[in-house]
Design a protein around this ligand. Structure first.
Ligand SMILES: [Zn+2]
Length: 194
């Protein structure tokens, strides 16, 4: 658990200094939907079918994602979070009821980390207290309900922070099934799970 606490601090606190793995033009192309043929895994949106949320920050957004490839969906607390991909639950935290935009809350984010078969890991962050319904070691299926959103940890408003890292711990941009086809997501848009 300790290493994830350190890891969270790294993600959030030091994200300013970490390097994105994509160049600015590549990120620009992703945001603009101009993407070359792509064989990467296609994720499910990490919430329940038919529900719809606004993406506030996406890859390298300026507010708190500079240099980081992750997604923030604005979400009323208690919204259902679902696995974006099959995997095994690597770690969870659900005992916190603290959150806000203060560094003292950095380690208070409830979360689920799921490891995928290729060694990559998805992180679902800021969940509500007692808002995790899977256990460490559980195998989960894509689309399975795994928890409830909240506002714990370093966060300005209730939302889900979703992030995927490859087996080497590097952030990777992920594409999703959406109502309008397979897409890399763009901030300021609403996305509805299939
Ligand atoms: Zn975030």
């Amino acid at each position: 658990m300790k290493k994830y606490i350190a890891f969270t601090a790294f993600l959030i606190g030091l994200s300013f200094f970490s390097k994105a793995q994509l160049t600015d033009p590549e990120i620009h192309a992703l945001k603009g939907g101009r993407v070359k043929p792509d064989s990467s895994y296609i994720y499910a949106l990490p919430f329940s079918p038919k529900s719809k949320f606004l993406l506030i920050q996406a890859y390298n957004s300026k507010m708190s994602h500079a240099g980081e490839l992750s997604l923030d969906f604005k979400m009323k607390q208690g919204s259902k979070i679902c696995a974006a991909r099959d995997g095994m639950v690597e770690s969870i935290k659900e005992d916190s009821d603290k959150g806000g935009l203060k560094s003292e809350f950095m380690n208070d984010g409830n979360h689920i980390v799921i490891r995928h078969s290729d060694g990559s890991m998805a992180m679902y962050w800021h969940l509500k207290k007692e808002g995790v319904i899977v256990k460490q070691g559980d195998n989960v299926l894509k689309g399975q309900h795994i928890g409830y959103s909240g506002n714990t940890g370093y966060t300005a408003f209730p939302h889900l922070h979703f992030q995927v890292q490859d087996a080497n711990g590097r952030d990777i941009a992920t594409r999703f099934y959406t109502r309008k086809g397979v897409k890399y997501l763009r901030p300021g848009k609403w996305y509805k799970a299939l």
